[in-house]
Design a protein around this ligand. Structure first.
Ligand code: SAH
Length: 260
């Protein structure tokens, strides 16, 4: 899969792509990311990418022509992009469902804003506008990386273990179950009781472990994000667990705190 990212700060994008799962995917050629410096698409000597807003007011606005130039260059190289995403706090909220949808695409273009944002006419060249949450950042680089990373890890061959991706929070509308690693008992000093890993995980009893994990995942989702359960695709066991938790045990799981 190919990503073209248009930015005035290529280095902000480059650095995070050098490490970890994404770095390896790029090295192996599973993922192709081209960073386009918006300044290369300016026509003037000073490579100006921004200008004052018409009508006055504070801040600067990203000019349309360089952005159009970048999109045209991408188009000339790779053919007309079907997906041009404009990053913006005014966009639709990006979700795991969007990541899944985009992961099926061959080519995605991401436009990073800066300053007060884009000249409104740039929106006409975008096929969608995505926000990563209800807060305002100084630039679209981190949002572009967020989208890129969420999409890329769904591409077969990027994350080593496909099952781990399938089990992740949101993949079926359930939050992930709790995880532990060695040691089985942690003594943090003083008279504090040892922090233990649940016995079932040490039992080697695979069927029970599987059920425990399902139960914990349903329990967590119910406690922290009950909204997800409205559209979750649960199997028979999970539905049974949910019914059981909802009846009779209501009082108990209401007390499960988000940190627990
Ligand atoms: N004045 C603009 C915000 C500009 S922030 C407004 O109120 O809509 C500068 C740039 O950062 C934006 O153009 C966008 O590319 C990026 N950005 C900031 N917050 C974002 C968010 N929550 N999601 C996606 N992009 C964001």
């Amino acid at each position: 899969m190919t990503f073209d990212i248009v930015t005035i700060f290529p280095r902000v994008i480059e650095q995070p792509l050098a490490a970890g799962v994404l770095g390896r995917a790029i090295e192996r050629g599973v993922l192709d990311v081209r960073i386009r410096d918006l300044r290369h698409f300016t026509a003037d000597r000073h490579h100006v990418v921004d200008d004052v807003p018409y009508g006055g007011g504070p801040g600067m606005v990203l000019k349309a022509e360089p952005m159009f130039g970048a999109i045209e260059a991408i188009e000339a190289e790779r053919g007309r992009p079907l997906t041009v995403i404009l990053t913006s706090p005014q966009g639709r909220r990006f979700s795991q469902a969007d990541a899944r949808r985009l992961a099926a695409h061959e080519h995605v273009v991401l436009l990073c804003g800066r300053y007060e944002g884009f000249d409104e006419r740039i929106r006409e060249r975008a096929t969608e506008e995505l926000s990563i949450g209800d807060y305002v950042l100084t630039g679209g680089e981190l949002p572009a990386l967020v989208v890129l990373e969420a999409v890329a890890r769904l591409i077969p061959g990027v994350v080593g273990d496909e099952q781990s991706v399938a089990d992740d929070s949101f993949s079926r509308g359930l939050l992930d179950f709790p995880q532990y690693t060695r040691p089985a008992e942690l003594k943090m000093g003083g008279d504090d009781p040892a922090m233990k890993v649940p016995d079932v995980l040490l039992s080697g009893h695979h069927a029970e472990i599987r059920l425990w994990r399902k139960r914990e995942a349903v329990k967590r989702t119910l406690a922290r994000r009950p909204d997800l359960l409205e559209t979750a695709s649960l199997d028979d066991e999970e539905r049974a667990i949910l019914r059981e938790l909802q009846s009779g045990r209501v009082a108990e799981w209401r007390n499960v705190k988000a940190g627990g």
